[in-house]
Write a protein that binds this ligand. Structure first.
Ligand SMILES: C[S@@+](CC[C@H](N)C(=O)[O-])C[C@H]1O[C@@H](n2cnc3c(N)ncnc32)[C@H](O)[C@@H]1O
Length: 258
């Protein structure tokens, strides 16, 4: 970008860049939507062509190695690209306005790779035989997904997934500074999105070995993610976040422990 383009946002060349960034943000957002909807089908075994318990069987050890590698790839991408130092380095090469969209796109593609390459481990760990009880558990998993979606809107859905950034950039408006929010679920737990994922992954009427591995590793990753995220949140919001941490539970409303 030339100096003239930075100074004069109304220049035609600059408008093309802004519009391209906006389109990129839109594509990243649609990819995310597809990925999260696919994730619901992948975990529940409904609708999608390749779910957590379907696909060609390989040996158990091979399946464990492949699945751990896929989950580690996602964990590394997702936590490294979320750090301030990475963003600082990365935005030397890409415009700041598309940094979040790039993150969202990379996370979605890494997850789609996981869904595609996942090796099923079909051994049954538990299976609820009673149909009513199985239905209750399946509904609970769905409630987990609803908590995830609702919570993204409670803090700022469009900023979390990069659309706010590219829309503001399109009209040459600066992004407002990050706002600390504690509405609704956030009054009871500090991480309702992660709690929603945990519920969605563990509430399975039939739990296979592969599903159990997925639920256990993602839950462990969520705890590591929380540690890193809270360090950043303290850096961003200081004492306000420290006081919030003292007052509100991390994941389970009835269990207050930082
Ligand atoms: C994927 S969201 C997860 C949010 C939260 N950990 C949860 O589980 O609901 C991660 C982003 O949310 C932001 N965030 C987390 N808690 C927040 C809060 N109370 N208010 C505003 N932003 C928050 C973090 O800075 C980070 O950019």
């Amino acid at each position: 970008m030339t100096e003239a383009q930075v100074i004069n946002p109304a220049m035609p060349g600059n408008r093309v860049l802004r519009f391209t960034a906006f389109l990129f943000g839109g594509v990243a957002y649609l990819t995310f939507l597809f990925t999260i909807l696919y994730a619901i089908g992948f975990v529940s075994g409904l609708v999608v062509p390749k779910a957590i318990d379907t696909g060609a069987n390989s040996g158990i050890f091979e399946a464990i190695i492949v699945n751990l590698a896929l989950m580690s790839l996602f964990a590394v991408q997702h936590s490294v690209m979320a750090r301030k130092s990475f963003k600082h380095w990365w935005t030397q090469f890409i415009p700041k306005s598309v940094e979040r969209s790039t993150y969202v796109l990379c996370a979605s593609l890494t997850l789609l790779l996981l869904f595609w390459q996942w090796s099923p481990m079909p051994a049954v760990i538990w299976s609820i035989q009673e149909p009513e009880m199985a239905m209750v558990i399946a509904t609970l998993s769905f409630v987990g997904w609803v908590i995830v979606f609702t919570s993204t809107f409670l803090i700022n859905h469009f900023e979390l997934f990069g659309l706010h950034q590219v829309a503001n950039n399109l009209v040459a408006r600066e992004m407002p500074p990050p706002v600390f929010r504690t509405p609704f679920f956030y009054r009871f737990v500090r991480h309702p999105i992660y709690l929603g994922f945990i519920i969605a992954f563990w509430a399975a009427p039939t739990m296979s070995a592969g599903h159990l591995l997925f639920a256990a590793v993602t839950t462990a990753y969520i705890f590591v993610g929380i540690m890193l995220e809270e360090r950043d949140l303290v850096g961003m919001f200081g004492d306000e976040y420290r006081r919030y941490r003292e007052r509100v539970s991390m994941l389970f409303p009835w269990y207050k422990r930082s």
